[in-house]
Write a protein that binds this ligand. Structure first.
Ligand code: SAM
Length: 296
């Protein structure tokens, strides 16, 4: 005999499947996309299902940032997510989503709020996942904020501009490898799952988008303080074509880099995350110039 939640899932799937086409509902409600809110909507259920499936199996709590008219939300419900908390800034959307909240029979709650100000790491029960087609203008800020609470999440399945996705997933030696790769991969593993062309969205953005799977690490890749890692990567990538001994001239140049266990002639794009952590630890213990002034 099917258990209660399976029966409920089937009923909810039926209710969602019977809803009018999203495109028609949006047109009838005159829910025009607003550029200021980064609104590029997805109506194609095949695509939204593909995104939802990239996140499966779902955790206890699925958090969706910016459900908009609910294309991805529909897919999450159809794929069996049992507890979705959505955060949406656009008040028009909150009213619009009434039909979906009703069809979801208690599995979907929508909060009108600015995601930048919400402690989503405290929402619902762990394991928590964030699944979202993010507004591009705040996407990396949100990711970095959430990664500071990485232990609260089991996974992030997020859509970014392809160029940002390439930076998040770049490895040493790749052209896109830089601060975002290092700071993200220090706390998580990252993988670009698939790309979505502009024409899949209404209205179409100018650029291709990519879905990225980010799995938080239980502990960061190597010990160091986040602020020190941010500082050394800023110094190193501030002059990305220069050798590290030149970028760190004010800190003692080649001696400083070698003391952290790194080849002073290397360039920042060749140093793995662990190397930057070693540099961050050495930087922490040797504030600017102090050691080298003493030597002079
Ligand atoms: N999920 C929908 C889809 O895939 O069709 C919409 C995605 S659209 C790219 C981004 C969504 O984020 C919009 O619904 C927008 O209103 C919402 N949004 C923008 N800024 C936000 C913020 N600061 N907090 C919460 N939601 C925001």
């Amino acid at each position: 005999m099917p258990i209660k939640s399976e029966v409920q899932t089937t009923e909810i799937k039926n209710a969602v499947m019977q809803l009018p086409l999203l495109r028609d509902l949006v047109q009838a409600a005159d829910l025009t996309a607003r550029k200021s809110l980064g609104q590029n909507f997805l109506f194609d259920l095949n695509l939204t299902t593909k995104i939802a499936r990239a996140a499966m199996p779902f955790g206890q709590t699925v958090i969706e940032i910016g459900p908009g008219p609910g294309g991805l939300t529909r897919a999450l419900l159809l794929e069996g997510a049992e507890h979705i908390i959505a955060v949406e800034k656009d008040r028009r959307v909150i009213g619009f989503l009434g039909h979906l909240i009703e069809a979801a029979s208690g599995r979907l709650s929508v909060k009108e709020a600015d995601a930048l100000k919400e402690p989503v790491w405290e929402f619902g029960d762990a394991p928590r996942q964030i699944i979202a087609n993010l507004p591009y203008n705040i996407a990396t800020t949100l990711l970095l904020q959430w990664l500071e609470h990485a232990e609260a999440f089991s996974a992030f399945i997020l859509m970014f501009q392809k160029e940002v996705a390439m930076r998040i997933t770049a490895r040493p030696g790749d052209a896109a490898y830089g601060r975002l790769s290092i700071i993200t991969q220090w706390r998580s593993t990252t993988e670009r799952v698939f790309d979505i062309p502009p024409e899949a969205f209404i209205p179409p953005p100018k650029i291709t988008s990519s879905v990225v799977r980010i799995i938080p690490r239980k502990t960061p890749l190597a010990p160091c303080a986040a602020t020190d890692l941010e500082a050394v990567t800023a110094i190193a990538f501030g002059q990305r074509r220069k050798m590290l001994r030149a970028s760190f001239k004010a800190y003692g140049g080649a001696d400083f880099i070698a003391a952290a266990g790194i080849d002073p002639s290397s360039r920042p794009q060749d140093i793995p995350v662990e190397g930057f952590c070693a540099l961050a630890r050495y930087y922490h213990d040797h504030p600017k110039n102090a050691r080298f002034k003493r030597q002079n």
